[in-house]
Design a protein around this ligand. Structure first.
Ligand SMILES: Cc1ncc(COP(=O)(O)O)c(C=O)c1O
Length: 396
């Protein structure tokens, strides 16, 4: 571990900076003075090396059509090797203006209207809309909460596959349940997909935020057979807080699948990249490792702090510490509030804003998803607000 040199306690003022997370509550919901802990970005500036690289490019002044340099691709290849022990090749790589756009492109490219696509709910809600908006059918293979852990239900999966099932969308690590899938779980899943000829689209955008005792394994790295039917969606956007620069990475070892993907990218006219995104990705993957290591330690500190706080001071709410991601589920079922009232309670009484559980699937009725990627003092203020509101809450 590198010596500490970044100050995550300092945070950054984000109000009135075109920030969805910070400006939405007041400007759209009309509720002022809310601590926003919903959409998945962070209240920290990107690594200084990334900020410098973007500034330098901005100062140049000419922002015409970009050319993607070889060094961009090399930075991705090196990152996957050093961080995830995955040897990828230049000819496997493509790009997209975001992981969600890439997901939609994959659905359009590899499936036909009416086909069935499996998602493991509760899950990042654009998985559902990407399938449905493209006229395909969602098949849910819900996760189960067993032994204090969300787990895949592979028997259920096997039963749900039929001749119209084409694809499984994996969330790895998983948002919102925070699981970092283990090798044995991924192997068992991949075996079923291989046996039934399913393509795997693996969204690995949260791969860099993994806590002690866990390790992210790219599913495509399991074996050449798995790689041949997997499309991996990656990006530095979550890890380094650069989602607004709309640059993500698509890894497709199978040349036939890759060509189809590239053709669809062209058909949609998505051939131009954000010039700042190119520069930021390369700087992040080239110089960002030490910053990221320290960030992950800080985030885990936030998780442990919040868990203790809930246990000691707000036991009515159960905090589920994730294995990865900076998102945690709050089990609020003991409060006995219908979901709408629960959301209102947090927004209007506590003045904190979460993503409500059911948007990720009906499995999360009575839950909220809390984003803890903020300085400790913001987190403390949010916890104090929740504690105060819960203490004033009339229990029936
Ligand atoms: C699992 C997952 N995939 C994708 C995204 C968004 O990706 P992008 O902004 O690149 O479209 C998010 C953002 O929260 C996410 O949690």
């Amino acid at each position: 571990m590198s010596e500490k040199k970044y100050n995550f306690d300092a945070g950054i003022e984000r109000r009135n900076t075109c920030s969805l997370k910070w400006d939405f509550c007041e400007q759209v919901l009309g509720v002022p003075d809310v601590i926003p802990m919903w959409v998945a970005d962070m209240d920290f500036p990107a690594p200084p090396e990334v900020v410098e690289a973007v500034k330098k490019r901005a100062e140049h002044g000419a922002y015409g059509y970009p050319f993607i340099p070889r060094s961009f691709w090399t930075s991705i290849i090196k990152w996957m090797k050093t961080r995830h022990n995955w040897e990828i090749k230049r000819e496997w790589l493509s790009r997209a203006p975001g992981v969600v756009p890439a997901l939609n492109i994959c659905i359009q490219t590899y499936t036909a209207p009416g086909d069935k696509i499996i998602v493991q709910s509760p899950v990042y809600y654009p998985f559902f809309s990407a399938v449905e908006n493209n006229g395909r059918r969602v098949v849910k293979n819900p996760l189960v909460y067993k032994n204090n852990r969300w787990q895949m239900h592979l028997e259920d999966l096997k039963q749900k596959i039929d001749h119209r099932t084409r694809m499984l969308i994996l969330c790895s690590p998983h948002n919102p349940v925070g699981r970092v899938w283990e090798r044995a779980e991924l192997e068992a899943l991949a075996e079923i997909c291989l046996k039934h000829d399913l393509l795997i689209v693996s969204d690995e955008i949260h791969a860099e935020h993994v806590y002690k005792g866990h390790k992210h394994i790219p599913i495509a790295s399991l074996s050449p057979d798995v790689a041949a039917r997997t499309i991996t969606l990656q990006a530095p956007s979550k890890a380094f807080n650069i989602a607004g620069l709309t640059t993500s990475v698509v890894i497709i070892p199978n040349p036939k699948l890759l060509n189809l993907y590239k053709t669809q990218l062209e058909n949609l006219g998505l051939t131009v990249n954000n010039i700042f995104g190119l520069v930021a990705l390369e700087a992040a993957y080239t110089y960002g490792a030490a910053w990221l290591d320290q960030l992950v330690e800080y985030l885990e500190g936030n998780m442990d702090y919040a868990q203790r706080y809930f246990e000691e001071r707000i036991p009515q709410i159960k905090f589920l510490k994730p294995e990865g991601t900076y998102l945690a589920l709050l089990d609020c079922r003991a409060m006995g509030l219908p979901q709408k009232e629960l959301n209102e309670f947090f927004l209007k009484k506590a003045r904190v804003y979460f993503d409500e559980g059911p948007i990720f699937g009906e499995e999360l009725v009575g839950f909220e998803r809390m984003n803890l990627a903020c300085p400790r003092k913001t987190l403390t203020e949010a916890l104090v607000r929740i504690e105060r509101a819960v203490n004033e809450f009339p229990y029936r």
